[in-house]
Ligand binder design. Structure first.
Ligand code: FMN
Length: 214
């Protein structure tokens, strides 16, 4: 029974581009058969508290004497890690907020990126190694490598570092750019490019859901 973990973090509930794309991924996944199940986590509707204790960044055996996290926070961390470890594939909505991650998404990363538990540190354990994660990043402007904003994207590189390099997940990135073309009059001439970007993102999402779910 292949299971998808569907995560959203946009604060926009009705017109969000990342939500539309992760929903398309989940719908395509479900269409592959009744055994293709989906677990949903909405980090905006049900935000996680900020990491309350630095000790949660380390496996219990690696904590110092004074690091005694609240048992409820430890239980929440265990639940979040178990949820992502149980997933065969993860789709992650990651809108760009101030060139970076929404704080709701960053909080989730802080809970699941744990030295000695999910990140190999003093042992070789890396339970998420090889799990595919599709990062769907929507952004108001464009950050193409040959454009003037190249290098200002501080959301995809940190996700590649934490999820890919550190947790060992197999990261695929889908971007939808220029999403503010419909909102900001000065960007209206970029409407065609925005539509092209969205349509390419939809195509990538459908293809990835088919490939990863088959
Ligand atoms: C708090 C906030 C900060 C934003 N910061 C940026 C930014 O730094 N760069 C950018 O290109 N767009 C920025 N935007 C625009 C969003 O990236 C854009 O609306 C995107 O489509 C959001 O994803 P969503 O459609 O899934 O909600 C920002 C939007 C919000 C609400």
């Amino acid at each position: 029974m292949p299971q998808l973990l569907h995560i959203d973090s946009s604060a926009e509930l009705s017109t969000s581009v990342s939500r539309a794309l992760t929903r398309l991924f989940a719908e395509t996944w479900r269409s592959l058969g009744p055994g293709h199940t989906v677990v949903e986590r909405d980090l905006h509707r049900e935000p996680l508290p900020h990491l309350p204790n630095a000790g949660l960044h380390y496996a219990p055996r690696l904590r110092t004497a004074g690091e005694t996290p609240d048992p409820a926070a430890e239980a929440l961390q265990s639940e979040l890690i178990a949820e992502v470890v149980a997933a065969d594939v993860v789709v992650l909505g990651a809108p760009m907020y101030n060139w970076s991650l929404p704080s709701t998404l960053k909080a989730w990363i802080d809970y699941i990126h744990v030295l000695g538990t999910t990140v190999p540190f003093d042992t070789r354990e890396q339970p998420l190694a090889g799990t595919p994660v599709v990062v769907v990043s929507s952004r108001g402007n464009t950050y193409s490598p040959d454009g003037p904003n190249a290098g200002a994207d501080h959301i995809v590189p940190p996700l590649q570092q934490t999820l890919g390099v550190s947790l060992g997940m197999d990261v695929a990135v889908v971007t939808a750019e220029l999403t503010l073309a419909g909102r900001i009059p000065a960007m209206a001439p970029l409407g065609d490019k925005a539509a092209e970007s969205l349509s390419a993102a939809e195509e990538s999402v459908r293809r990835l859901a088919h490939t990863l779910g088959s």
